[in-house]
Design a protein around this ligand. Structure first.
Ligand code: NAG
Ligand code: NAG
Length: 538
């Protein structure tokens, strides 16, 4: 009840549950530099200092400034940039804030440094973008493996509260990436990592403090990209719900899995009954992380309760900038089975998501973009790419709503071009093949086959497996045998009359294997088939 009452951060806060709802009217005031310092051994990083951001208990119990209850004593470690004279920023010159979330390895110093290095590149292109006008903050979401390094830990402590006695905010394993409440300090387990991002956004978005602020970018790569994608989906709207007039953009680089906005998945779900559980879907949202902290999720329940249409609307109201490294065809080992119902790897999951929930650029305040970068799974390559410089630093720098068009051609699908570069509109999609094969068969794209989600073959008959296989060879063979559909995967040639009911089209980047019988042709890929037919497929 209390939780529902105080769900709008900063509007209402309740001093104590023990005294009868003693309300205080002051808003929650998170603050950079005034968080309680504690001992840590974080490495230094260029153009930055390690600071303590004071986080207010977001459920409103211990939120008032005057409340000096120790339970309100919460500090978030972060790397905060210094200006061009190596001093703390002059608040009146800051025009932009880039908040960059680390990955699985929880190394904010590397992410901060990579972002500052990218800013130096942007500065070389346009000197008005520099450390006097752009603040870079890399928050740290530590876990239990970081004890004694990122926060004090007393092995001699009598109980958990005695061992984890500092005000440092710490989360259980990777639960920070999906908005779970903190695990330490155990006296105050109420701080969703998403509420932390809300408070950072509110701090930078306060024009009383930063009168020239024009744009905030919340960026993350890999597990940090997962966090930002989930935060964009379930996160409160900056203007309407956080009271932040400054536009907030969400930059999502190469997440391993995504939170799907409704229950429909591209690949079969039969072998993964829990496919829709949060973090890959929204079922059991409340329970996420609770098995470890004993505390249920407390972030934006109202939205999740309202269902998928409301979640889709919330996500689509955000400006989401997707960065896809085209050589990153990896998959995090040990992914939840739900991830395999989205696609076999990071690349397919991204394309399946944008096919189901197409990005759109309707206005400067709601403009999604999709950028391809010739890179592997590597954050600095993406930040420093032309597209990274645009999204992180240049776009809407002066608050005039100017955004660079999508980067990274050739396009792969019809769903990945929300803000087209008009100069390249007519170009063929990657992997296009206009050839006419035996019996008038034509290329119908790259399709799934039996994998960790799909159990039934895409085409039933294996008619050939050997060194002569190619697109020309297999289509000829299938036509000779009286079939209408052909598919090649490496040395295998399959025929049938229609593709199986579990098969789905996947991006052309999943089919890049050279045909053994013709090195100039492509024959599917790992668990993927290049499909040909005389007419319709299904
Ligand atoms: C906050 O924590 C610090 C460090 O543990 C402690 O010195 C300080 O007294 C605490 N403040 C309050 C209000 O509890
Ligand atoms: C999920 O969204 C897709 C695309 O908007 C739609 O086709 C599908 O029917 C939706 N599924 C459910 C269960 O609402």
């Amino acid at each position: 009840m209390l939780l529902k009452l105080a769900k709008i951060v900063g509007v209402l806060c309740i001093a104590s549950v023990h005294t009868l709802a003693q309300e205080c009217s002051e808003p929650i005031k998170p603050e950079q530099y005034v968080g309680t310092p504690f001992e840590h051994f974080l490495p230094p990083s260029i153009n930055s200092e390690v600071t303590f951001f004071k986080v207010r208990d977001p459920i409103g119990e211990f939120a008032c400034e005057s409340d000096d209850d120790s339970r309100a004593n919460l500090s978030l470690l972060n790397y905060m940039s210094l200006d061009t004279r190596n001093q703390r920023h002059n608040p009146s010159t800051l025009m932009r804030a880039v908040i960059v979330v680390h990955g699985l390895n929880r190394d904010p110093w590397n992410y901060h440094a990579a972002t500052v290095q990218a800013l130096a590149k942007a500065s070389a292109q346009d000197p008005t973008k520099n450390l006097d006008t752009v603040a870079v903050m890399a928050p740290y979401f530590p876990n239990g493996d970081d004890k004694g390094f990122a926060y004090p830990w007393d092995d001699e402590g009598q109980d958990l509260a005695g061992r984890a006695h500092s005000p440092a905010l710490v989360w259980w394993t990777s639960a920070w990436s999906a908005g779970a409440v903190n695990n330490y300090p155990p006296r105050t387990r109420s701080v969703s990592s998403f509420a932390v991002l809300d408070q950072v956004v509110q701090w930078f978005g306060d024009r009383q403090r930063f009168p020239s602020m024009q744009q905030i970018v919340v960026a993350g790569h890999s597990l940090g990209g997962q966090m930002v994608q989930r935060y964009a989906a379930v996160g409160r709207k900056a203007r309407e719900e956080l009271g932040v007039e400054v536009p907030v953009d969400y930059w999502v680089g190469d997440p391993n899995s995504l939170v799907w906005l409704n229950e429909t998945r591209p690949l079969p779900v039969e072998s993964c009954p829990e496919y829709d559980h949060y973090r890959e879907g929204f079922a059991s949202y409340a329970a996420y992380g609770a098995d470890h902290t004993g505390i249920e999720m407390n972030y934006n329940f109202a939205l999740v309760d309202a269902g998928s249409e409301a979640i889709i609307e919330n996500f689509q109201s955000k400006s989401v900038h997707w960065a896809r490294a085209t050589r990153d065809l990896g998959d995090h080992p040990g992914s939840e089975c739900g991830a395999y119902t989205q696609g076999k790897d990071r690349n397919e999951r991204f394309f399946a998501f944008v096919r189901q929930f197409p990005p759109a650029c309707e206005s400067a305040l709601s403009c999604d973009t999709v950028d391809f970068v010739d890179a592997s799974h590597d954050a600095p390559s993406l930040f420093g790419d032309e597209s990274g410089l645009a999204r992180l630093f240049h776009d809407n720098f002066y608050g005039r709503g100017q955004f660079a068009p999508d980067f990274g051609y050739p396009r792969q699908t019809e769903h990945d071009n929300p803000h087209p570069n008009v100069g390249r509109l007519g170009e063929a999609l990657l992997g296009a093949d206009d050839g006419v094969y035996a019996g008038g068969m034509r290329y119908k794209g790259c399709w799934s086959d039996v994998d960790r989600a799909q159990t039934e073959r895409t085409l039933p008959e294996l008619v050939y497996d050997g060194p002569e296989n190619s697109r020309s060879f297999c289509t000829r063979k299938c036509v000779e045998d009286g079939y209408k559909v052909a598919a090649v995967g490496g040395s295998s040639c399959y025929c049938g009359s229609m593709v199986g009911r579990q098969a789905v089209e996947v991006p052309p980047s999943s089919c890049t294997a050279r045909c053994p019988g013709d090195g100039g042709q492509v024959c599917g890929g790992d668990t993927r088939l290049s499909v040909f037919s005389q007419d319709i497929l299904v």
